[in-house]
Design a protein around this ligand. Structure first.
Ligand SMILES: Nc1nc2c(ncn2[C@@H]2O[C@H](COP(=O)(O)OP(=O)(O)O)[C@@H](O)[C@H]2O)c(=O)[nH]1
Ligand SMILES: [Mg+2]
Length: 308
């Protein structure tokens, strides 16, 4: 994971490359000469970021912040170029991509039923992520109810019902073609009878330009009154995640994201773009197709993957 981005950032290089002309120790260094070097580093970084699927304004922001940081740092450069650069990149990304975290497990312990609605384009991993979270909540002692509100395809109802059986959680379903909002209503009603319960609402994949389907999603929201609306985004869609985030946020209001398929050769850059551009939290990262392939997101986790 992230090997491509690492490689692009030039931080996976061999030791001997670290002692180039920026290998300055102590305080007596030529700042001007280094500044030029830093400009080149920042420009290369920007290209690398773009190649790693980071959106242009974000790549600009990062390379500018990095350049300033390297300049500020130039008088106290110690050690090898690689670690100074790595630390500067780490600080830069922290500055540009920090968003207050949202702990869904903790939030769910404060309200019952705790209702989470999942939205996202077809194939981005809504149903799979719901199954993973259902397993996580179940393992923490919650009573989990899944609403099979993707009634658009019969296969979708079967898919989620099968997950429910495997995990051992309740799935509320109606017939294919039924009213998705009614399914969510029934699920919330069912969960209301049980203490410490969580409702996970699956929805149909929305075509970006399909107004009716967006209206339907608004209706599910109105009827089920979710505590949280999460958007699943496929890391493989690169910078397109930003337009998806915008579309869904305008339609129903998004509280945070689950970024899936980071394992599937994704470049990982969309994570930084999302955080930096939307300032909404990423709650989880999907790292595979089994129930345990879900990592609670933190910027430190990401940076460790990226820079170590
Ligand atoms: N490799 C990988 N595949 C995933 C991940 N999340 C979902 N998938 C796969 O992506 C495909 C679409 O997922 P699905 O949950 O049905 O998407 P939905 O249409 O949004 O409900 C399925 O084949 C999943 O197994 C992930 O984190 N990693
Ligand atoms: Mg689905």
């Amino acid at each position: 994971m992230f090997e491509k981005l690492k490689e692009k950032l030039g931080i996976a290089k061999k030791e001997e490359e670290h002692s180039g002309n920026v290998d300055v120790r102590g305080t007596s260094i030529n700042v001007t000469a280094n500044s030029r070097d830093f400009e080149e580093i920042a420009a290369n970084l920007k290209i690398s970021l773009l190649e790693a699927d980071i959106a242009l304004p974000v790549a600009d922001r990062i390379s500018n912040v990095l350049l300033k940081k390297l300049d500020d740092k130039s008088i106290r450069l110690k050690g090898d170029r690689n670690s100074v650069f790595k630390e500067a990149v780490r600080e830069t990304i922290r500055e540009v991509a920090s968003v207050p975290p949202l702990d869904v497990i903790d939030n769910a312990s404060k309200k019952s039923p705790y209702v989470i609605m999942f939205v996202g384009m077809n194939g981005t991993g809504k149903t799979t992520s719901i199954a993973k979270l259902a397993e996580l909540f179940r393992s923490k002692g919650y009573y989990v109810v899944i609403a099979a509100s993707d009634t658009f395809r019969a296969g979708a109802i079967e898919q989620i019902a099968l997950h429910g059986e495997k995990i051992g959680v309740k799935v509320i379903k109606h017939q294919a073609g039924g009213d998705p909002a009614a399914v969510s209503f029934d699920a919330v009603k069912h969960a209301s009878k049980v203490e410490r319960s969580v409702v996970l609402i699956d929805t149909a994949g929305r075509m970006q330009n399909n107004k009716n389907l967006l209206e339907e999603m608004k209706k599910i929201k109105r009827i089920s009154n979710p505590d949280l609306i999460l958007l699943t985004l496929d890391a493989l869609s690169g910078t397109d995640v930003l337009s998806q985030a915008k579309l869904f946020d305008e339609a129903v209001g998004i509280n945070g994201y689950i970024v899936t398929k980071i394992d599937a050769d994704a470049k990982g850059g969309c994570v930084i773009s999302l955080l930096s551009e939307t300032k909404k939290p990423i709650l989880y990262i999907g790292t595979g197709q089994t129930y345990s392939d879900l990592v609670q997101f933190s910027l430190d986790w990401y940076l460790n993957r990226l820079l170590n």
